[in-house]
Design a protein around this ligand. Structure first.
Ligand code: SF4
Length: 213
């Protein structure tokens, strides 16, 4: 059984699939507590569903892009891996959004992994599982959510230290309400970084605190 917080159909707000219609499967629980978390409602609430029940629900939307998210979906590792594997078998384009503190080693290679490495201002930096970077594939995306200049400098250090440029897509986001997007963009341009800046599109389409979008 999986504990599922919500399943809904919306527009993908982040990543290189931003703007595409997508079904989101939000799993309950998270092992982290980031300072800027906007999905605290997924920490505990949810209902028990079998993998097949989740697939049945996803199929109702007639949409081939599916994102498995949380909370932290890999807290429910075994069933989460099974769900993604079965969705891939059914020819869904599957993405997972994970916080980077739990192993991504066993994820089906057909899945597009969007993995965070948590910056210092999240106060979860010490939870980063750096061995995960060796499992990132060219189709995957590594995301840094940057709240201030210290986070930005830290991110550059990590990208160099682990030789991450060119390994996969590198995404830079500004913490919503903390760092002005224009400031982050200016830093990227000044330093000529080969990264992709992104906005959380859904926070501009809907009110930033709207759930289920
Ligand atoms: S990993 Fe995501 S869901 Fe978990 S506390 Fe951090 S921002 Fe919230």
């Amino acid at each position: 059984m999986l504990k599922i917080n919500e399943i809904y159909h919306s527009i993908q707000g982040e990543s290189t699939s931003a703007g595409k219609p997508c079904v989101f499967v939000r799993l309950t629980y998270c092992n982290l507590r980031c300072t800027y978390c906007d999905t605290e409602y997924a920490f505990y609430d949810g209902k028990d569903m079998s993998v097949q029940q989740v697939i049945d629900e996803v199929e109702k939307y007639n949409c081939k892009l599916v994102e498995v998210t949380g909370g932290e979906p890999l807290v429910q590792m075994e069933e989460c891996l099974e769900l993604m594997n079965k969705l891939c078998d059914l020819a869904y384009e599957v993405m997972i959004e994970t916080g980077g503190s739990l192993s991504i080693k066993e994820i089906d290679p057909r899945v597009n992994i969007i993995m965070d490495l948590k910056c210092p201002s999240s106060e979860m930096e010490k939870k980063n599982l750096y061995e995960n970077v060796q499992y990132l594939k060219p189709i995957d995306e590594l995301k840094f959510v940057i709240g201030n200049r210290e986070d930005y400098e830290w991110t550059k250090t990590i990208l160099d230290k682990y030789n991450l440029y060119g390994k996969c897509e590198i995404l830079f986001s500004a913490v919503f309400g903390e760092l002005e997007p224009v400031q982050l963009v200016n830093w990227i341009l000044e330093d000529k970084l080969d990264v992709r800046f992104q906005l959380q599109m859904h926070k501009y389409i809907w009110h930033p605190e709207t759930k289920g979008v």
